[in-house]
Design a protein around this ligand. Sequence first.
Ligand code: NCD
Length: 312
Amino acid sequence: MAQGLLGIEALSREEIQAILDRAKYFQPREGQSFRKYDLLRDRMVVNLFFETSTRTRTSFEIAAKRLGADSVSITASASSVSKGESLVDTLNTLAAMRPNAIIMRHAASGAPHFLQRYLEIPIINAGDGTHEHPTQALLDARTILDRGAKLEGLRVAIIGDIAHSRVARSNVYLLSKFGANIVLCGPASLLPEALKNIASGVTLTTNMDEAIRDADVIMMLRVQLERQHEPGFSASEYFQFYGLQLEHLKLARPDAIVMHPGPINRGREISSEAADSQRSVILNQVENGISVRMAVLERVMSGKKTDGATAY
Ligand code: NCD
């Protein structure tokens, strides 16, 4: 089967580490932009997004271009999917144009895994339903490591709509492989009990103060209204119990960082003061999205395993 990137669950710690190390290599020097390489010259990548995206799609596109690859982006509403073409037919059509990889986001959990069975071209999962968002977890790990922290033994509170979050799931898989302690927190209706069994080192709580106490990392999540029939609470009710405010930070470790995959909803899951505080690394996450996706694209499309220490 083609070697794409479908999820974190199937990756070994060594493979993850190699991507993170290589991403470090691609980070821009102080005050500069991302360097342009020709490591993927002659390669072509297609971005196929069936769900909205700002950060993920743009950074995949920039990452491909910085590596010298050609990149084409397609949004589902502008494609023949809206004319009734099946997913398999759309993918086969794109595959016939001979790209070297297809980056895909889809609302159905497992869609890229299913398609990879039919396709020789590697697929990179840019988010499948409520299942996985592997490059988000990789860029989150890169951002945590950039603060000088080790993942092992770290206390990470992931707070919000856990039930519908592919970001939470991929982060749990990654962080648990490195021995972090993960606290999942949210309203009971968005915090399925079964989640504590998905990996080692995971605990659940509906109490936000308890989740944040002594946390090294506070990762806030958006309420995924598009995946819920009945949210069951208003924005202000949600904010009262699960919105991150500056006072919460006093409970965390003094050097704790605040993360959010974006898009943020100020006044729903996070206050402006917390989102814009000194502790917030939300824009560092966005920046790392490019270097991590460069490392992933190189790994998938260059045909050779990357080793962070290798000088190209
Ligand atoms: C996330 C996603 O799409 O899963 N966004 C992102 O990729 N940065 C989270 C979200 O939409 O809330």
